[in-house]
Write a protein that binds this ligand. Structure first.
Ligand SMILES: Cc1cc2nc3c(=O)[nH]c(=O)nc-3n(C[C@H](O)[C@H](O)[C@H](O)COP(=O)(O)OP(=O)(O)OC[C@H]3O[C@@H](n4cnc5c(N)ncnc54)[C@H](O)[C@@H]3O)c2cc1C
Length: 436
C-alpha cells in the first residue's frame, strides 16, 4: 500500500504541500478545522484563505517576492497557478479575487483522488508518522499546547488586517485612478489630501481608540505589518514616507501633487470592493468608520470588513527545524508556512512547496532538496534552519538574505536582475525528474 502523509492545516502552505506530495505519488490526509472552528481572522469555509490583503505583492523578478513567485512557477506551485488564474488588475503586483482564489484551490484539492480531507481540529498527532504541521500563525490553542509537550519553543507577535470598502460608496468626483510614476495600468484609486486635511486626519488618528488586546501586557508588533495608528505615533511625517507617500502621484485632472495620498487597491474581480493599502489597524470599528471617513472621497464609505489585529504564533525555527523543514529530533515531522517563521502569503506557500517535496523525497529514500542561498526559496529555508542570532524574527523574501554576487554592480536594479537570473537558472537546472 502507498504511504500516506498527514498534512495538518489546509491554508496556503498545507494546500501547496499536499499538492506537491500527491504529484510525487503519495497519498495525503489533509486535516482542516474549518468549518467546525474558525480562527479569529479566518471567515470563509474554503481552503487557502487570504486573511488580509488580496495582494501577493510584486510580480517582477527584480523584486524579492516577485523572484520567489517566479521560482515557484518553475516548480509548478499550485498557489501561484491559482493566483495567476484569479488575478485582478493591480499594476506590477499580483493581486487576486480572494474568493475565486480560495475556491480554485479548494476545488483542485477536493477533486484530487489522492487527498482525503478530514474536517475538525487536530490537537495531537503521532510523531512517528510522516506529518506536516501547516496550521499557520493562528494555530489553535489545543495544538499549540501539544507542541509544547514536544518541547517546541513558541514565539508570539501581533499582526493586523486592513479594512475593505464598497467601491460604489466612494466619491469618484474626489478620488482618481492612477499608478505611481504612471508605471503599469492606472489600477489604484487615489485619495488626495492637502496639508490641512492631512493634519486633521493625523491628529484624529493618533488619539483614536484602539481595541483592547488582553493576552499580553507588552505587544510585540511585526514591523512589516504595523498598524497605521502605531506607525503614525512615530511622528507626523512617518506616514508621508510610508503608506500615504505622495511621490509619483499627480492628479491629472488638476495637475496637482497632493500633500498625502491614500491608495485603494481592487479586492475582487468585478471591482466592487477595494481595500485601503497599508491601513492595517487595531482601532475599534466605530473609530475606523469615524477617522477613515475623514479621507477625501471616503466620507460615505461603506465598510464591508473592518481591520482587526491578531496574535500570531511561530516556532523557534533554527532551534527546531533543519532547512528542509523537518524537525531536528523527529525526522518524520515537518513544519511549513508562517508557523516556521517565514512571513507572508507567498513565503508561506513557498515553504509548503519545499516541505512537500522534501517529505516525499524522504519517503522515496532520497536526500532532501536543499536549495542554495543563491535562490530566494533556498535563502528563506536557510534562514529558518540556520539563523544563528539570538532574536529569531519572521522573515519576508528579500535580497538581503541571498548570497551576494562576486562582482560589484552599483546599479540596484541591474544587480537584482543579475541575482534573479542566477537564481532562476539554478531552479531551471533542477527540472530534471531524477533531481526532484
Ligand atoms: C491578521 C493577519 C493578517 C495578515 N496579512 C497578511 C497580508 O496582508 N499579506 C501577507 O502576505 N501575509 C499576511 N499575513 C501573514 C501570512 O502570510 C498569512 O497568515 C498566511 O495565510 C499564512 O499561511 P499558512 O499556510 O502558514 O497559514 P494559514 O493560511 O493561516 O492556514 C492555516 C490553516 O490551518 C488551520 N488550522 C489551524 N489550527 C488547526 C488545527 N489545530 N487543526 C486543523 N486545522 C487547523 C486554519 O483553519 C487554516 O485554514 C497575515 C496574517 C494574519 C494573522
Amino acid at each position: 500500500m502507498q504511504e500516506t502523509v498527514h498534512v495538518i492545516g489546509a491554508g496556503l502552505a498545507g494546500c501547496e504541500a499536499a499538492y506537491q506530495i500527491t504529484k510525487r505519488g503519495y497519498n495525503v490526509k489533509l486535516y482542516e478545522m474549518k468549518p467546525e472552528k474558525h480562527s479569529a481572522a479566518h471567515k470563509s469555509d474554503d481552503f487557502a484563505e487570504l486573511v488580509c490583503s488580496n495582494s501577493l505583492k510584486s510580480n517582477i523578478i527584480t523584486n524579492a517576492c516577485g523572484l520567489l513567485k517566479e521560482e515557484m512557477r518553475l516548480l509548478d506551485s499550485l498557489i501561484i497557478k491559482a493566483a495567476d488564474e484569479c488575478k485582478v488588475p493591480a499594476g506590477a503586483a499580483l493581486a487576486v479575487d480572494r474568493d475565486k482564489f480560495s475556491a480554485y484551490i479548494t476545488e483542485q484539492i477536493t477533486n484530487n483522488d489522492n487527498i482525503e480531507i478530514i474536517k475538525g481540529e487536530v490537537t495531537q498527532f503521532d510523531v512517528n508518522e510522516p506529518t506536516i504541521i501547516a496550521t499557520g500563525p493562528l494555530t489553535s490553542d489545543g495544538l499549540i499546547s501539544f507542541l509544547g509537550t514536544l518541547n517546541i519553543e513558541k514565539i508570539n507577535f501581533y499582526d493586523a488586517a486592513a479594512p475593505i470598502l464598497e467601491k460604489d460608496s466612494i466619491d469618484m468626483n474626489i478620488v482618481y485612478f492612477g499608478a505611481r510614476y504612471d508605471k503599469g495600468d492606472p489600477d489604484y484609486i487615489n485619495c488626495p489630501m492637502d496639508e490641512t486635511q492631512y493634519n486633521a486626519f493625523y491628529n484624529e488618528l493618533i488619539d483614536a481608540k484602539t481595541a483592547p488586546l488582553h493576552e499580553f501586557e507588552t505587544v510585540n508588533v511585526f514591523e512589516g505589518c504595523m498598524p497605521i495608528e502605531v506607525m503614525a505615533k512615530r511622528g507626523p511625517k512617518t506616514l508621508l514616507f510610508g503608506p500615504l507617500r505622495p511621490v509619483g502621484l499627480i492628479d491629472k485632472r488638476t495637475g496637482v501633487k497632493a500633500h498625502a495620498v491614500v491608495q485603494l487597491r481592487q479586492d475582487n474581480l468585478p471591482g466592487s470592493l477595494y481595500n485601503i493599502v497599508g491601513f492595517q489597524t487595531n482601532l475599534t470599528f466605530s473609530e475606523q468608520k469615524r477617522v477613515f471617513s475623514m479621507i477625501p472621497g471616503l466620507e460615505n464609505a461603506e465598510f464591508v470588513r473592518y481591520g482587526v489585529m491578531h496574535r500570531n504564533t511561530y516556532i523557534n525555527g533554527p532551534k527546531t527545524l533543519k532547512s528542509d523543514f523537518s524537525m531536528k529530533d523527529k525526522p518524520n515531522v515537518y513544519f511549513a508556512g508562517q508557523i516556521t517563521g517565514v512571513e507572508g502569503y507567498v513565503e508561506s506557500a513557498a515553504s509548503g512547496l519545499l516541505a512537500g517535496i522534501n517529505i516525499a523525497r524522504r519517503l522515496s529514500g532520497k536526500l532532501p532538496l536543499e536549495l542554495s542561498n543563491r535562490t530566494m526559496l533556498g535563502a528563506l529555508s536557510g534562514y529558518v534552519g540556520n539563523f544563528s542570532g539570538s532574536d529569531y524574527q519572521p522573515m519576508n523574501a528579500n535580497f538581503g538574505i541571498i548570497e551576494p554576487l562576486n562582482e560589484r554592480i552599483k546599479d540596484k536594479k541591474q544587480r537584482y536582475e543579475v541575482l534573479a537570473n542566477r537564481a532562476l537558472d539554478e531552479i531551471k537546472d533542477l527540472n530534471e525528474p531524477n533531481i526532484i
